[in-house]
Design a protein around this ligand. Structure first.
Ligand SMILES: *Cc1c(COP(=O)(O)O)cnc(C)c1O
Length: 402
């Protein structure tokens, strides 16, 4: 019997460095990309502990659960933290970030999550990056849920610390992750006496022992299987083309949104504005008399492969997450998920239109995918309606389709 995961040739430093180069290309960065051998929380924590200390004043933007985690680490480092929290059904606006920076000119670090798989929103990073750059603060972005699902222009957006993981839209492993680190961020870490050294959390260790040493010898045994999987999922994205992979995710998100509105039964998109909704995952709000956890359990009983989960923590009763990422960013998957939800809701006596949902989802998905590939803004029924209602909000519209 052969064991495909065993008795493999050693994973080499050259292969490791090659994957780092290809991740840098995916993230549109010339900065150093450091792969860390753990789930994405490892580089996220490593970045924050690397730059933060008692002299730090941090603006921590909270648009989902990870913002709270970052705030906890920042405070633990002794930083003074200014939280900017927005409701999880929306995105933060660049003007809100600008106002916070103006009110607290001493802010020298900004942390932001790009897309939130847990709450289904995405933030306008390009415009926020401009504001942060004008102020001069170091800018950290959690792009774990956005990478491969939507554009991620690390350098053009002025991101100093950009963290990704393979387990969402990349359709890859959860056990290795990466951070792109700007020269400015390296300087901040090098000058920070509290930055972890000789520690698994230390990005500086990787810089000295791996990057500065010419990427010739790995400081630790490579996580062989995880690296093979990361290499393979990158290859798949490179072959399809990142734009096509992003288009698939945008199409899946548009399909769920349009399908949900057509389905009825009291289910509605959790994120109010389509332009604030993340391409990686779509969150839905259940009607007051329907428990989201129960609905998901019953829908998954019909097909355990459906990418449905209930919201975490306080949202477990009212939020459903349709995790249409990676291999699940396909029309047949989201339509099956909507149909399963519809059948369960109908069983409980709700009036739903499963066929209407299927048709609306298909139409919206196709319109979005072909528009995305053709480079034209998508015109789904919903965004057209939004445009009519707010002709003068052209800025917001361009963000939506950026
Ligand atoms: C998924 C995700 C991570 C990774 O953490 P897990 O909790 O292990 O999934 C980090 N940040 C964001 C925004 C994510 O969506």
């Amino acid at each position: 019997m052969t064991h495909p995961y065993l008795d493999l040739a050693p994973y080499t430093a050259a292969q490791f460095a090659d994957v780092e180069r290809r991740l840098a290309r995916l993230m549109s960065t010339e900065h150093d990309v450091v792969i860390m051998q753990g789930e994405a929380l490892l580089p996220l924590e490593g970045c924050i502990r690397g730059v933060a200390g008692p002299d730090t004043t941090a603006l921590n933007v909270i648009t989902g659960p990870y913002g709270h985690t970052f705030g906890g680490w920042l405070r633990d480092c002794g930083a003074r933290v200014i939280d900017l929290e927005v409701p999880f059904h929306a995105a933060v606006r660049p003007e809100q970030v600008a106002a916070a920076l103006e009110e607290h000119p001493e802010i020298d670090f900004v942390s932001l999550v790009h897309a939130e798989a847990a709450t289904g929103n995405t933030n306008p990073v390009a415009a926020i990056g401009e504001v942060v750059r004008a102020h001069g603060a170091l800018f950290m972005l959690d792009a774990v849920a956005s990478v491969a699902a939507e554009p991620l222009l690390t350098d053009a957006w002025g991101i100093d610390l950009c963290v990704i993981g393979g387990q969402k839209a990349m359709g890859g492993p959860a056990g290795v992750s990466a951070a792109a680190v700007s020269a400015r961020a390296w300087q901040r870490m090098a000058a920070n006496p509290r930055a972890p050294r000789h520690s698994y959390l230390s990005l500086l260790d990787w810089k000295e022992r791996w990057i500065d040493a010419g990427r010739r010898a790995l400081p630790h045994a490579p996580a062989q299987l995880e690296m093979l999987a990361l290499d393979a999922c990158l290859e798949r994205i490179e072959q399809a083309g990142p734009a096509a992979v992003q288009a698939r995710h945008a199409a899946a998100a548009a399909a769920v949104r349009a399908g949900t509105l057509a389905l009825g039964g009291g289910l509605e998109p959790f994120v109010h504005e389509a332009g604030d909704a993340a391409p990686v995952a779509t969150t839905l709000r259940t009607p007051p008399d329907v428990d989201a956890t129960d609905l998901v359990t019953r829908a998954r009983a019909t097909d355990p492969t459906l990418p449905l989960v209930a919201g975490g923590g306080a949202l477990a009763r009212e939020m459903i997450r349709v995790n249409h990422y990676g291999p699940d960013a396909r029309p047949e998957v989201v339509i099956a998920a909507l149909a399963a939800l519809g059948v369960v809701l109908a069983d409980s006596g709700a009036r739903v239109d499963v066929d209407g949902a299927r048709n609306a989802a298909l139409r919206a998905g196709q319109a979005t995918e072909s528009a995305a590939i053709g480079g034209e803004p998508a015109k789904t029924a919903e965004t057209q309606k939004g445009e009519k209602e707010s002709e003068n909000e052209s800025e917001k519209e361009s963000e939506k389709t950026a």
